[in-house]
Design a protein around this ligand. Structure first.
Ligand SMILES: *Cc1c(COP(=O)(O)O)cnc(C)c1O
Length: 384
């Protein structure tokens, strides 16, 4: 098996025992569930940050087979990786664009985000010079204060877009700041502001470009924001965007993270474990070592909190999490070298979720998923 970022000179076919399993059928299941929920709106899967750690190319190819057409990424380079791997679908790059990137976008038929009059004009000029058409979506800031023109001064951008001879304005979009919160007041205000901007087209009896603003939080809680297209990221992978969000769509996680016991020892009182000697036992105990650490994205900030599953039991990690290894206290129970260890996923009746890791690391599930780095091989499962 050829795994990206891993040597082809291997070890008699034995991959590193620390592996991420990605169940592609779960991703397609979530995709179809989301599509059913949003009715006639187009679903644009968001594949940025290596498809939230699940593997950009594999997820893209699978989701396109399921009927997804337009795909969303954050950066030009992510879109180029998709093109290089043969994905010919429309790809919207959601992030800000720099002038020297524009020709590459146009050359590879990638859709740009036009977030100011100057940037739009720059895009149109480059397209003219290349004797090609640029495709853009206009970005309206309705309350995020990130990229995009403010809703209260959007008219010049929309006006300018009508005059562009070499640019096709395919879409117009905005982004929520709080769509996964319990209180939806500010999100409703953002929807209103976006509609105010869109009046521009109605007032002039012009066709409106594809309107979109819903991320995962809004797909779960704000049906009035579905408009023509929705942009699910984290729920596509089966993880809810926040603790507070209403879980109106059943989804299931596609990713599990496994490793194996590589060492067993008995530790005595008075002999502290790991860097900084922050943990020690007060009785004879059994300790196993597992080959995963913060160098893989198993955050050091989870030290003293993270738990793992071995033989269907839940055990605490002990001492500081190292770059490549961490120790687990199994008390006087049993574990052998090569036993499977679950970092995220199910074993027996026990389960550890990416939300659990987020809580232990004092962060959000997004950061857990996107930080499992390429040192960890991804193994793809389909049920066909
Ligand atoms: C990342 C992103 C999304 C997807 O967000 P989720 O919360 O993961 O659904 C949608 N739109 C834009 C502009 C984004 O940057």
């Amino acid at each position: 098996m050829q795994v990206p970022n891993h040597p082809t000179i291997t070890t008699n076919g034995a991959l590193r025992p620390t592996q991420v399993y990605v169940d592609l059928e779960k991703i397609s299941g979530n995709y179809h569930t989301i599509q059913k929920h949003v009715g006639d709106s187009i679903v644009m899967p968001i594949l940025k940050a290596n498809a939230y750690g699940h593997g950009l190319i594999e997820v893209a190819k699978h989701i396109v087979k399921q009927g997804a057409n337009i795909l969303g990424v954050a950066f030009l380079e992510e879109a180029l990786l998709l093109r290089e791997s043969g994905v010919e679908n429309p790809i919207l790059v959601l992030g800000g664009v720099l002038g020297n990137q524009v020709p590459t976008f146009i050359q590879h038929d990638l859709t740009l985000t036009a977030s100011s009059v100057e940037k739009l004009q720059q895009i149109d000029e480059v397209a003219a010079r290349m004797r090609k058409k640029a495709k853009v979506h206009l970005k309206i800031d309705t309350g995020m204060e990130r990229i995009g023109v403010h809703y209260y001064s959007a008219t010049p951008l929309l006006q300018a877009s009508l005059g562009c001879k070499h640019t096709i304005v395919e879409g117009i979009f905005s982004h929520f700041a709080n769509a996964d919160a319990a209180d939806l007041t500010s999100s409703r205000l953002q929807v209103e502001r976006f509609h105010e901007v869109l009046k521009f087209y109605q007032d002039r009896s012009l066709p409106t470009p594809i309107r979109h603003m819903a991320n995962s939080g809004a797909i779960l809680q704000l049906p009035e924001s579905y408009l023509d297209m929705v942009r699910p990221g984290i729920i596509l992978y089966g993880v809810y965007p926040s603790h507070d969000v209403r879980k109106t769509i059943p989804i299931s996680p596609a990713l599990s993270w496994h490793t194996r016991v590589v060492y067993f020892k008995v530790v005595k009182p008075g002999h502290p474990v790991s860097y900084g000697s922050t943990w020690q036992t007060d009785h004879l105990t059994r300790v196993v070592t597992i080959p995963v650490g913060y160098g893989d994205g198993y955050f050091r900030s989870m030290s003293g909190k993270a738990e793992v599953l071995i033989r269907g039991n839940r055990y605490p990690t002990i001492g500081r999490i190292c770059m490549d290894q961490v120790m687990v206290n199994i008390e006087w129970e049993t574990a052998y070298n090569n036993d499977e260890v679950i970092l995220i996923g199910n074993q027996g009746d026990e389960k550890i979720t990416c939300e659990d890791l987020a809580r232990w690391a004092d962060t959000i599930p997004y950061e857990i998923l996107t930080n499992i780095n390429t040192r960890v091989p991804r193994i793809y499962q389909t049920h066909q």
